[in-house]
Ligand binder design. Structure first.
Ligand SMILES: Cc1cc2nc3c(=O)[nH]c(=O)nc-3n(C[C@H](O)[C@H](O)[C@H](O)COP(=O)(O)O)c2cc1C
Length: 168
């Protein structure tokens, strides 16, 4: 079963998060997961994927303009209806607005007919309500991408497990 993680990223944090989510997905037997920058994706691979997770950096407490344009202009060509969908984000402030960015991504996934999934409280700790968030170390010395590696991998694992239950 194929899964995809699609992301926007300017300085690499969100690319790193996407790669960790994909690595977590591959903890489930039989899963192949690939992470793609939205400008360089393999459309045939994404069309074949049973699930797609989409993420970006938070810009002004919202998704990036590039991701919104891509979601509205290009994502509709990928046959997303009926696929499992998820969202993630990176930010530089703990209270920087990641939930708002993810909520907007999930809303567009619903519009395309995707089945949105976060794992939610049902999976226990780490509890991930909307989607996983990584806060980088740009301005908060107690934070840093490395603190979120395992949570991102666990999210990918949960997402892949649910996709396997539904489509495997
Ligand atoms: C134009 C712009 C707006 C941003 N707005 C926010 C914000 O509202 N909240 C926040 O926490 N971080 C904000 N950031 C920081 C980025 O979200 C953060 O550094 C992110 O991890 C960058 O991801 P990337 O390395 O994948 O590009 C902003 C960065 C830029 C360039």
């Amino acid at each position: 079963m194929k899964l995809a993680v699609l992301y926007d990223s300017k300085s690499g944090n969100t690319r790193q998060a996407a790669e960790w989510i994909a690595a977590g997905m591959e903890r489930i037997d039989g899963v192949e997961a690939r992470a793609y920058y939205i400008g360089e994706l393999d459309a045939d691979y994404v069309k074949d994927a049973a699930g797609v997770v989409i993420g970006c950096p938070v810009y002004a407490a919202a998704m990036t303009p590039d991701l919104r344009v891509w979601l509205q202009a290009e994502a509709g060509k990928l046959g997303l209806a009926g696929k499992l969908g998820g969202a993630f984000a990176t930010e530089q402030y703990t209270h920087g607005g990641a939930e708002l960015a993810m909520q907007s991504i999930l809303m567009i996934e619903l519009v395309y007919g995707m089945l949105c999934y976060s794992g939610g409280a049902a999976c226990g700790r780490p509890v991930i309500h909307i989607g996983p968030v990584a806060v980088n170390g740009n301005v908060e010395p107690h934070n840093g991408m490395e603190h979120y590696e395992e949570t991102l991998k666990i999210y990918g694992e949960r997402f892949a497990k649910k996709a396997a239950e539904l489509f495997g």
